[in-house]
Design a protein around this ligand. Structure first.
Ligand code: FES
Ligand code: FE
Length: 454
């Protein structure tokens, strides 16, 4: 394939259909995108105590994300320095040390090697194998925001704050509803036979699919704002490396609007304390309630408020999910339930049910969405898809003029660019960043020699 032509087409909003199922494209994504970008691996609330750990992947690379004895958060490549066995085989737990099952080398949870059986007899001690200073390979970069732990495989990655940019403003709605932040439960994990980009694009800005794909959810009355015309009144925004969608709520002030989506007053009071005046304005003054979003490349966030059973009451929930690529046509979905750590226990329990009903592995939205994405991925594999440039220019006239004007700061208080109406601005933003990464080769990483002191 002529990759230059592919990237040029993507940049003008014309998407070569085969990029949703192409091994060559996936090889480039692995090297140039996932080998470089900041990627979410865990939240601090998943490893609250010293010794707590979770094992998470970045494509084929397994990492042990731990809180060490001094409370510091670390991520180590889960490969024994001896002959490369996976050191930690459990998915989560608490351990002061990890012992390799193959020959028994052991490591502290800060990665340092401590035990090397028969060091003297087998190696002649330090003269043969330098144990001192040896540790499991750390992730080249690690940083956190609101307790969200990100790593990058690129030692020269820009600071996480710069990467997130103004998207931090929006990330706060999901991850900082009180000064204590959120706690995560899960993740549920499952695999779908779909390309990873489809979900990320959908959550970033696809308000257009809701009335069609989710017709049944609308018909059974799960939502208070099901109508297509309501959805297009919402705004989509893009800031930094992420963007998302909002619902336009009926008139009211901040308290009324947060009550409208089901928050109890004590949580509302904490949100007001945790958010900046500008963050409160987006909801309170402008009436836009944060809904789904994506952070480039493969993290998505959801905030929604389905009806509870047959009552008129609604219940909000937050979910964080990752589209973890397995191959060009398979994705592992990691889906966490998130809730304000200070929320009342009863709220936490009900909110969890609302999450499961909508976006758990058997959630109603989940079922609707994935059927489309699997079919799309299958159809993208063949030779005909290589003749098709999909139009991803919704919201733009042919001469590049916007269909809906950009909202002014008086209409939308948040940073970045926001517009109302159906559009594919955010999908284009996401794929433009994808193109930026794919066109830059990633330099070969330095190697680390084990046991020699070099
Ligand atoms: Fe781990 Fe040998 S491979 S101790
Ligand atoms: Fe959907």
């Amino acid at each position: 394939t002529d990759q230059t032509a592919v990237l040029r087409d993507v940049r003008r909003g014309m998407i070569p259909a085969h990029i949703y199922n192409d091994s060559e494209t996936f090889a480039l994504e692995k090297e140039r995108l996932f080998g470089r970008a900041w990627l979410f691996v865990a939240h601090e609330s998943e490893i609250p105590a010293p010794g707590d750990y979770v094992v998470r992947r970045v494509l084929e690379d397994s990492f042990i994300v731990t809180r060490d004895e001094s409370g510091e958060i670390r991520a180590h490549f889960n490969m024994c320095l001896h002959r490369g066995m996976q050191v930690c085989r459990a998915e989560m737990g608490n351990a002061s040390h990890f012992r390799c099952p193959y020959h028994g080398w052991s490591y502290r949870n800060d990665g340092r090697i401590v035990g090397l059986p028969f060091h003297q007899d087998a190696y002649g001690g330090e003269a043969g194998f330098r144990r001192k200073g040896q540790r499991l390979l750390p992730a080249p970069n690690l940083a956190t925001y609101n307790g969200m732990i990100f790593i990058s495989l690129d030692p020269d990655a820009p600071p996480l704050e710069d990467f997130l940019g103004d998207f931090r403003f929006y990330l706060d709605y999901y991850t900082r509803q009180s000064p204590s932040g959120i706690e995560l439960r899960g993740p549920q994990r499952w695999r779908i036979k779909a390309n990873w980009k489809i979900g990320a694009e959908n959550f970033a800005g696809d308000m257009y699919h809701t009335p069609q794909t989710h017709t049944s959810v609308v018909e059974i009355g799960l939502f208070r704002e099901p109508k297509a015309e309501k959805r297009k009144d919402g705004a989509t925004y893009w800031a930094g490396n992420g963007g998302g969608t909002t619902y336009k709520l009926p008139p009211g002030d901040l308290d009324e609007r947060l009550r409208y989506v089901g928050y109890p007053q004590e949580m509302i009071d904490r949100m007001k304390a945790a958010w900046s005046p500008q963050q409160s304005q987006v909801i309170g003054r402008d009436g836009f309630m944060i809904s789904a979003a994506s952070l480039f490349p493969n993290l998505s966030l959801v905030h929604n408020w389905p009806r509870v059973a047959d009552s008129e009451a609604v219940l909000p929930f937050i979910s964080i999910r990752q589209w973890q690529p397995i191959s060009e046509n398979e994705t592992e979905v990691l889906s966490w339930f998130a809730v304000d750590a200070e929320a009342p226990e009863e709220f936490k329990a009900l909110s969890y049910k609302a999450y499961l009903m909508c976006f758990g592995s058997t959630g109603m939205f989940e079922q609707d969405d994935v059927e489309n994405w699997v079919s799309l991925t299958n159809t993208a594999a063949g030779s005909m898809a290589r003749r098709l440039l999909l139009n991803s220019r919704m919201g733009l006239l042919e001469d590049g003029v916007q269909v809906s004007p950009t909202l002014t700061p008086d209409e939308f208080a948040g940073p970045g660019t926001a517009r109302t109406g159906y559009s594919e601005y955010n999908q284009r933003e996401l794929l433009n960043r994808w193109a930026d990464h794919l066109e830059r080769p990633q330099p070969r990483a330095a190697t680390v020699e084990v046991g020699t002191g070099h």
